[in-house]
Ligand binder design. Structure first.
Ligand code: GS8
Length: 219
C-alpha cells in the first residue's frame, strides 16, 4: 500500500493535529512540504488536493482529504484497529460534544493567541495586544468549563483517551510555548490532563520533529 502522504509544514499546528493522530495509530506517513511562504498552497498542484488552498491535506491511496478534523475522524475510523483506538465502540455523547467544543470554543481562541504570540514573532511581526487580550479573556472562560468537566472526567470523553483529547493537543502544545501558557497551568485539572496526554509516547514523537526556529533577534 502506498504510504499515507501528509501535505503541509511540520510547524503548522493544523498539520500537527493530523500528525498526532497518525502517530497514535502507529501509521507510516510521508510529509510532503507545502511552502506557505512561496504561495505553493494557492497553486493549481495543491489546489487540486485542497480547493480551499489550506494545509493540511492527506492522500490515502486514491482518497484525498482536507480539513484536519475530518482527516482525523477518517483515520480513527478506517484504521480503528491500528494503534490506540480513539473512537469508543458505542456512541459516546461526551465524545461528540467535546469534538465540537474543541472546534467551536477552544480553537477560535487558541489559534489567534498562537498566531500573535508565536507565529507572527517568528516572522518578525508583533502581536496585536487587543487581539491577545480579547482571546486570552475568552479562552480563560472556556477553560474554566474544561476545569469543571475535567474535575469529574479523566479525559474529555470519560475514562479513556479519545479523538476529542487528540484534536486539542497541537494547539495546547503551541500555547504552552507562549506567555499565555498560564491559561492551562493555572487550572489544576486542565494542567493535569494536559501533562497526562502530552506524556504519551506518540505525542512526544510528533513534537520531536517540530523545527521551532528561534524568534528573530530584535532588530
Ligand atoms: N480548518 C482547517 C484550517 C487549516 C489552516 O488554517 N491552515 C493554515 C496553516 S496552519 O494554521 C493555512 O493553510 N493558512 C494559509 C491560508 O489560509 O491561506 C483545518 O483544520 O485543516
Amino acid at each position: 500500500m502506498a504510504p499515507l502522504k501528509l501535505y503541509g509544514l511540520p510547524l503548522s499546528p493544523n498539520v500537527v493535529r493530523v500528525a498526532t493522530v497518525l502517530n497514535e495509530k502507529g501509521l507510516e506517513f510521508e510529509v510532503v512540504p507545502v511552502d506557505l511562504t512561496t504561495g505553493a498552497h494557492k497553486q493549481p498542484e495543491f489546489l487540486a488536493l485542497n480547493p480551499f488552498g489550506q494545509i493540511p491535506a492527506l492522500e490515502d491511496g486514491d482518497e484525498v482529504l482536507y480539513e484536519s478534523r475530518a482527516i482525523n475522524r477518517y483515520i480513527a475510523t478506517k484504521y480503528k484497529s491500528d494503534g490506540a483506538d480513539l473512537l469508543p465502540t458505542i456512541p459516546s455523547a461526551k465524545l461528540e460534544v467535546w469534538l465540537e467544543v474543541e472546534s467551536h470554543h477552544f480553537y477560535p481562541n487558541a489559534s489567534p493567541l498562537v498566531y500573535h504570540l508565536l507565529v507572527k514573532p517568528m516572522m518578525g511581526g508583533a502581536p496585536d495586544p487587543l487581539v491577545v487580550d480579547k482571546h486570552a479573556h475568552q479562552l480563560a472562560k472556556v477553560l474554566d468549563i474544561y476545569e469543571d468537566h475535567l474535575a469529574k472526567n479523566k479525559y474529555l470523553a470519560g475514562d479513556e483517551f479519545t479523538l476529542a483529547d487528540a484534536n486539542h493537543m497541537s494547539y495546547l502544545f503551541y500555547l504552552s510555548k507562549t506567555p499565555k501558557a498560564g491559561l492551562v497551568a493555572e487550572r489544576p485539572h486542565v494542567k493535569a490532563w494536559w501533562e497526562d496526554i502530552a506524556a504519551r509516547p506518540a505525542f512526544k514523537k510528533t513534537v520531536a520533529g517540530i523545527p521551532f526556529p528561534p524568534p528573530p533577534s530584535a532588530a
